[in-house]
Design a protein. Structure first.
Length: 117
């Protein structure tokens, strides 16, 4: 009997699983949220499954809203632990997309049927 570990370059999480409350899509489209507002914050996340994220290099940060994806920018995973079929960790946001780029990135990079836009 073996175990499986999924290697990811994209952190897809909902607000319930650690996506920052301050990152609100409606606000961001009206008044851009700036990286300076959150650059020094550490955020925690939880994901189902055994996952490894690239350590110390860029990971895409995606918010999941009603099973749809919104690409927000980049983050760096600073800690991760796999325990009892779940992955726990911390991350820092290193880049936020402006709303126009965010819309295009989301439309072009989301799996079929997953784009929020």
């Amino acid at each position: 009997m073996g175990s499986s570990i999924e290697i990811n370059d994209t952190l897809v999480i909902s607000k319930d699983n650690g996506f920052p409350e301050i990152l609100d899509i409606e606000r961001h489209q009206r008044i851009p949220i700036l990286l300076e507002e959150i650059a020094h914050d550490d955020f925690k996340f939880t994901k189902e499954g055994n996952r490894l994220y690239h350590n110390g290099i860029r990971v895409f940060l995606v918010e999941e809203v009603n099973k749809k994806w919104i690409y927000w920018g980049h983050c760096i995973i600073t800690e991760q632990t796999i325990k009892e079929g779940k992955t726990f960790g911390k991350y820092k946001i290193t880049k936020l997309y402006d709303s126009e780029y965010q819309r295009e990135m989301t439309k072009n990079e989301s799996p079929d049927g997953k784009s929020y836009f």
